[in-house]
Write a protein that binds this ligand. Sequence first.
Ligand code: SF4
Length: 289
Amino acid sequence: MFIEIDKVIKKIKEKNYKRILIQVPEGLKTEVVKIADKIEKQTKAQVFISVEPCYGACDLPLEEARILRSDLIVHLGHSDFGVKTEIPVFYIPVYFDLKIPEKLKEEISKIKEENLAIYSSEPFKKILDDLENYLLKIGKKIVSKKIILGCSEMKNSAEANIFVGSGNFHPLVLRGKTYFLDLEKNRLGDLTAEIKKEEMKKKARILKFEEAKKVGILVSVKPGQFYKDYDIIKKKIEREGKEGKILVLDEITNEKLGRFGFDAYLNTGCPRILDNKFGKPIINLKDLF
Ligand code: SF4
């Protein structure tokens, strides 16, 4: 794993930041104390560690930083999501410097499709370059190459997709024929059936939502997830003969929604909260309008 901490230290010294709040996703929590220690020793700044879960660069700890009077947030593990902030944020991505194992190259060479779109999540972007080079070497055509998020909106652009990385979270946003080069399990799988199943589940959820009379419109206050046009959505819902109420929350969980008596929910926050189980039908805004 490769983290560019020296770059952060250089910037902190240059700008003379004094009170720094560090935020990391779950996978980096075992490293964060060491990182904080290094920054503290080398810059003499006071370093705070944010402990709340962090799901992406959409999820910055702005309120904690304000209370602590931090002059900088250091966000490790993701790139800039485009959230506008008063307190400056340094985004420090984390990379795996790996090559595709020979065994997996052999598997890849059996892929029949010629025109391919290739994808990875950010930590695996160096391996994506390796995959591109190998595919070109064996005569394939790369029609698209992208780093994707769990909320990226994807369209079919090739005969088949190849996603390289670990875990199903990211490749399930892809559409159509999709291979998954799973570096954790060291195998090439086919995710096409699972992707279709997700699409079927989405259609079923929309049908159930259409029957609902009372709808809770979920608005997350996470900085990169907040949907400012909630009022327009409420009016649209009401024009369809439904009763709509706006529910404001930070993290959206089933436990928080249990007691309100709504027939269904419309989610305007992170679309991937639907990967969790909810007691009532729930759909994403982009699935409806
Ligand atoms: S909105 Fe959801 S999927 Fe997108 S970056 Fe944030 S946590 Fe990840």
